[in-house]
Each structure stands twice: as structure tokens, then as C-alpha cells.
Design a protein around this ligand. Structure first.
Ligand SMILES: C[S@@+](CC[C@H](N)C(=O)[O-])C[C@H]1O[C@@H](n2cnc3c(N)ncnc32)[C@H](O)[C@@H]1O
Ligand SMILES: [Zn+2]
Length: 300
């Protein structure tokens, strides 16, 4: 099944999907303040009827200690007198505004998501004024207050390309979080899948670069998802690629064959490609036309 690729802002594209047609969404929004993807800026909040006038400027470069440190943003952002903000997701002046915008995007998922559907969100943190901003926790709490059921928080131990910049005055964490939300208290989840039946891995395997998958404890219970990332040409062009090994267990756990799997911040379409390989209908929504084109070409 070839993935369906929607090019545009997820807030505009998701309403074009049939109600209840998506079984699970597996996605990762741009993280706050870590990089400028140079995607088309959008208008957020404020008075929709107002004839906006934005005071545009470059935001002062901020050393977040995360990401690929491409230096200060290349995109101008600004605010209108009515309160609207103009800019790309992730370059908001405060983490609070960023969380508002991400939560707003997920609100548009509620209609196309099946009543027994789920949402997996991977999100990482950043630093501001020497402190971790706790973006993952803030997102989780705000999603919960908007009616989502917060079912789990799984650390995703990252190795390789994308990691926190080490500093001499603290330990370095290479962990993002994978949240599982559901639309309703009960939802489709298959605990008998192969991924949960795997034999317990020895703890030493954790240090073996060739190993990737669920890190299980001595009783065979999953402790964390560890995924090694390899540098590919694609990663040089688009840094925040989802590794296939992260997506496969999630598809297996929360969909049946033929179900639709959406990635609403789709990038070059990794989720869609994995879904298709697993006999699901992949749907990819991506704002940046050049990446949406790559997703259509099936490069992932
Ligand atoms: C962290 S990347 C996702 C990468 C993806 N997981 C992959 O493997 O290619 C986030 C993506 O969200 C896109 N994006 C940002 N704002 C968006 C919006 N409002 N609607 C849809 N996509 C958006 C960015 O262009 C970027 O490609
Ligand atoms: Zn305005």
C-alpha cells in the first residue's frame, strides 16, 4: 500500500481525513528551540478576523545544549497586537507558547482518530537559562488537561547522531520520551504481539552497538526502547529521522493489518514507509514541500 502524502499544515490537512479513519498516529513534532527547520512560518492564536501586522525579527540565538547546533534561527518570527504569533512550530519565544501550539495541532487529530485509537508522541527536552525546560512533562500535562488519556511514558534511549551537547558541569542524558495517549479509556492494543514475547536480552547487550530494540529486564519486562542511529545521506538533509526500529513495535501493538497509521509531522515519511511495509495504510502529513516530495518518492 503506497503511503498517502498530504502537503501542508496539519491543522488544515487533518480535517480532510474521514472521521475515525486513523487507528494510530506515531509522530514527533519539531522540538522547542533546538533547530530551525526553515519550514514556512504559520499564524497561531490571536483574533482570526484581525488584519494582522507582525513585528518580525530574528530571535536571539540561544544555546540550548541540544540538537545539532546550527546557530541562531534563520527565520523571522513576530507577534501581532491581537496576540497572534507568526513563526514555525518550535521557534516560539517561550516553551509555554510552544506547548500550546503542539497541543492545538493534536486537537485536530481527535476527529480523524478512531474512538479506539492511540497517539504516540516522541519529544525531547532543551535548556533555557541553564535549566532543563521539561518540555516533555509540560506537553504530557497539557494534553491530559485537554482530554487525552496519558497511558505511558517510555524513555527512548538515543545513540548516535542526535544527542544532547555534553557539558563539564553536569551529566549528559541521551533520552527522549515516547508518550502514549489514547482518545478514550479503552483502545486497541495487542499485548500478544511478537515484540513483547521476545526473549529477555542480557543487560550487556545494551552496550553492544549492533543491538537495537526493547531493553527488557530480567523478568522479560520492557524497560526502555533503545535505538541505534546510523548516519545516512538522508539524515544529513533531515536530521530528526525516526528510526524504523522505533516505529515497528508501536505499529504492531496498536494496529491491525489494513489499519491507517498517520504521522502528522511526517518529515520524509519514515512512519508511512514502515506502515506500508507492515501491511498498513500509511498517511504522512508534512508542511515543508521538499520533504513531502521526498516522502512521496518513498525515500525513507
Ligand atoms: C522532527 S521532524 C519529523 C521527522 C520524521 N519523524 C521523519 O522520520 O522524517 C518534524 C517535522 O514536522 C514538520 N512540521 C512542522 N510544522 C508542521 C505543521 N504545522 N504541520 C505539518 N508538519 C509540520 C517539519 O517540517 C518537520 O519535517
Ligand atoms: Zn492580529
Amino acid at each position: 500500500m503506497t503511503p498517502l502524502v498530504l502537503t501542508g499544515d496539519c491543522r488544515e490537512m487533518l480535517p480532510t481525513l474521514a472521521p475515525g479513519s486513523v487507528q494510530t498516529c506515531i509522530t514527533t513534532p519539531p522540538y522547542w528551540s533546538t533547530r530551525d527547520y526553515e519550514v514556512p512560518p504559520l499564524i497561531w492564536g490571536g483574533d482570526p478576523g484581525h488584519d494582522h501586522s507582525f513585528h518580525l525579527r530574528f530571535r536571539a540565538g540561544q544555546h540550548t545544549g541540544y540538537g545539532d547546533h546550527q546557530g541562531p534561527p534563520k527565520t523571522k518570527t513576530g507577534t501581532c497586537l491581537c496576540g497572534a504569533w507568526f513563526g514555525p512550530l518550535g521557534l516560539e519565544p517561550t516553551v509555554g507558547l510552544y506547548i500550546d501550539h503542539v497541543t492545538e495541532c493534536f486537537h485536530f487529530l481527535r476527529r480523524p482518530l478512531a474512538d479506539d485509537g492511540t497517539l504516540w508522541v516522541s519529544i525531547g527536552d532543551s535548556y533555557a537559562n541553564k535549566s532543563l525546560v521539561e518540555a516533555p512533562s509540560q506537553l504530557a500535562l497539557q494534553m491530559r488537561s485537554q482530554g487525552w488519556f496519558l497511558r505511558s511514558r517510555i524513555p527512548w534511549i538515543k545513540r548516535g547522531a542526535m544527542h544532547e551537547r555534553p557539558s563539564k558541569d553536569r551529566l549528559t542524558g541521551n533520552i527522549d520520551y515516547l508518550f502514549m495517549f489514547s482518545k478514550n479509556p479503552s483502545y486497541y492494543y495487542d499485548p500478544t504481539t511478537a515484540i513483547l514475547q521476545r526473549k529477555a536480552q542480557r543487560i550487556t547487550d545494551f552496550f553492544d552497538l549492533s543491538w537495537q530494540g526493547l531493553l527488557l529486564d530480567a523478568d522479560g519486562e520492557p524497560m526502555a526502547l533503545m535505538v541505534n542511529q546510523r548516519h545516512t545521506k538522508l539524515e544529513e538533509d533531515h536530521y530528526a529521522l525516526f528510526p524504523n526500529q522505533l516505529i515497528e513495535p508501536l505499529v504492531e501493538l496498536t494496529t491491525r493489518e489494513g489499519d491507517a497509521v498517520l504521522d502528522m509531522f511526517g518529515g520524509v515519511g519514515t512512519t508511512g514507509a514502515v506502515a506500508a511495509q507492515m501491511g498498513r495504510q500509511g498517511i504522512v502529513c508534512e508542511l515543508k514541500p521538499s520533504w513531502a516530495r521526498l516522502a512521496k518518492m518513498g525515500v525513507a
